[in-house]
Ligand binder design. Structure first.
Ligand code: AMP
Length: 249
């Protein structure tokens, strides 16, 4: 079975986000970019399935600027076999990404697509669900455990009330939650080997998709600064404040 893993290039999770002074967006000048952390988990899960003999090939795909090739190289260094870069300098919204991914799925015919549950830049959390709808495939979102049993996929989902177990018929779409696995670091020899792995270049037009944004960002603002807390002298004092000031008891 072939596994397709869409990986997004995002601002590294350690970077303190700065908003542009004119409020037109986030300042990306000289900012460290990395693979979306949930996508690292998706790549790791695909590699584990290949190591178990369930998967035969792992293809990583990224939709973004030329530099998204670096994100693909990270996936190749972890263990993916080849990459597809769908090049665009437009901001990519989930629907456009899902439509392009549908085109990639039709061309590549994977048995399973593993995406992140959300990209940490825009926190949309929509692409996997939209892709499943466009393809008419089963979906298992927020997966914290995944096992392939023949033509069926057993998924444990992290839902608000606890854990939900579902069975999906392949081909299927899965989105990863944090607890699915701990992604490996790429070793130096694998980073060197990844340089020779193929990356195919495409454009959104190759899939007949118009990526022009449908959303208009009106303003981007920093979150309000957190106010300092207060120290209370005793439990009675705390209870009094919770009752009279916060009004929570
Ligand atoms: P989102 O719906 O934007 O929060 O993204 C959810 C998941 O969709 C991500 O974790 C990626 O697996 C995939 N994805 C979103 N945007 C892109 C992109 N531009 N290129 C590749 N994969 C993407």
């Amino acid at each position: 079975m072939k596994i397709l893993v869409p990986v997004k290039r995002v601002v590294d999770y350690n970077v303190k986000i700065r908003v542009k002074p004119d409020g037109s967006g986030v300042d990306l000048a000289n900012v460290k970019m990395s693979m979306n952390p949930f996508d690292e988990i998706a790549v790791e899960e695909a590699i584990r399935l290949k190591e178990k003999g369930v998967a035969t090939e792992i293809v990583v795909v990224s939709i973004g600027p030329a530099q998204a090739a670096e994100t693909l190289r990270t996936g190749l260094a972890m263990g993916a076999d080849r990459g597809i870069l769908v090049k665009t300098d437009e901001t990519t919204e989930p629907l456009a990404v899902a439509k392009i991914l549908k085109g990639v799925v039709e061309a590549e015919a994977p048995g399973l697509v593993i995406l992140g549950k959300q990209a940490i830049d825009d926190d949309m959390g929509q692409t996997g669900q939209m892709l499943a709808a466009l393809l008419g495939w089963a979906q298992g979102t927020f997966a914290s455990k995944l096992t392939v049993e023949g033509e069926t996929l057993a998924i444990t989902r992290e839902v608000d009330g606890g854990l939900q177990s579902i069975a999906l018929k392949l081909p299927a779409i899965v989105t990863t939650d944090l607890r699915l696995n701990e992604p490996r670091y790429a070793s130096l020899p694998n980073i060197m080997k990844a340089k020779k792995k193929p990356i195919d270049e495409k454009t959104p037009a190759d899939f007949g998709v118009d990526v022009a944004p449908r959303l208009k960002v009106l303003k981007t603002v920093e979150p309000p600064a957190r106010k300092a807390g207060v120290k209370v002298g005793s439990v009675a004092d705390l209870v009094g404040k919770l009752k009279n000031e916060a009004g929570v008891i």
